[in-house]
Design a protein around this ligand. Structure first.
Ligand SMILES: C[S@@+](CC[C@H](N)C(=O)[O-])C[C@H]1O[C@@H](n2cnc3c(N)ncnc32)[C@H](O)[C@@H]1O
Length: 256
């Protein structure tokens, strides 16, 4: 029998992000291999030229990607729900100003004017959002016609309420187990940011995401399952499983 999952909410998930804000900033800063050798090159390539463009970093965390975009000449707004993550972004902006406007807010109800942005980037955020449809609708609303959404997320087919590597006695990965795919909702994940705080994410299906975008009116332009660049394995020689199943899904969609 499947086990019942606690009824965690977006607020519970946000409390966890607040609890790990410092550890996250230390561990997943500019040197993180996932950023440098996997996601950043893909996201930046899909975004194309950003100079002088109004770009929203939706779920900006402590501002890593917002800073990258501002350094490339974009006019960046960052929105973030977890107060402590946002505080770190604001402090960094005060230390080294790049002209980024940081807002405390929920990307499912932004309170921003319609058609304000030429591009939205949302880097590994949608798996942390309870109301996925609400976020996609808001993305569509605040984008200008012709504007693009580029987002990455944990691959929804490989992150469910019951999924993970099945290992042998020596700890070698035998195969990946997926179950309970259609059970949407909160997943209490392992404490992958700091050892004392399990994270809370939200499982959505691939259909929720892709059909959700199409329902809003987006035109799907790209759907990628990026593999790490070779340098990734030099930085993290023990992560041998990334080329067996995709960890991330990256999507580019346009508002017509
Ligand atoms: C994995 S972190 C990624 C942060 C950032 N995009 C980056 O590249 O470092 C996910 C972030 O999404 C934020 N988040 C989750 N749900 C949100 C929501 N509904 N509105 C705004 N931010 C949200 C979390 O608080 C967390 O900071």
């Amino acid at each position: 029998m499947p086990q019942a999952m606690p009824d965690y909410t977006q607020r519970d998930a946000t409390d966890r992000w607040n609890a790990v804000a410092e550890a996250w900033a230390i561990r997943y800063g500019a040197n993180d291999a996932n950023r440098r050798f996997l996601l950043d090159p893909v996201l930046l390539n899909l975004l194309g030229a950003v100079t002088r463009k109004r770009v929203l970093d939706a779920g900006c965390g402590e501002g890593y990607f917002a800073r990258r975009l501002a350094q490339m000449g974009a006019q960046v707004t960052g929105m973030e729900l977890a107060e402590r993550m946002l505080q770190r972004a604001v402090q960094q902006e005060e230390r080294q100003p790049l002209g980024i406007a940081y807002l405390h807010g929920d990307i499912t109800a932004m309170g921003l004017c319609s058609e304000s942005f030429q591009a939205i980037v949302s880097n590994v955020v949608l798996v942390d959002v309870q109301d996925l449809a609400g976020a996609l609708q808001e993305f569509f609303r605040v984008l200008q016609p012709g504007g693009v959404l580029v987002c990455s997320t944990i691959h929804p087919c490989f992150f469910t309420r019951d999924s993970g590597w099945v290992k042998d006695e020596q700890g070698r990965a035998l195969h990946f187990r997926i179950d309970r795919y259609f059970e949407r909702g909160a997943v209490e994940d392992v404490p992958w940011v700091d050892r004392s705080t399990p994270m809370i994410a939200f499982h959505h299906t691939l259909e929720d995401l892709v059909d959700g975008l199409l329902n809003c009116g987006f035109v799907l332009q790209r759907l990628l399952e990026p593999l790490p660049q070779p340098e990734y394995y030099q930085a993290r020689p023990n992560d041998f499983n990334y080329d067996r199943i995709p960890n991330f899904l990256v999507i580019k969609a346009q508002k017509p």
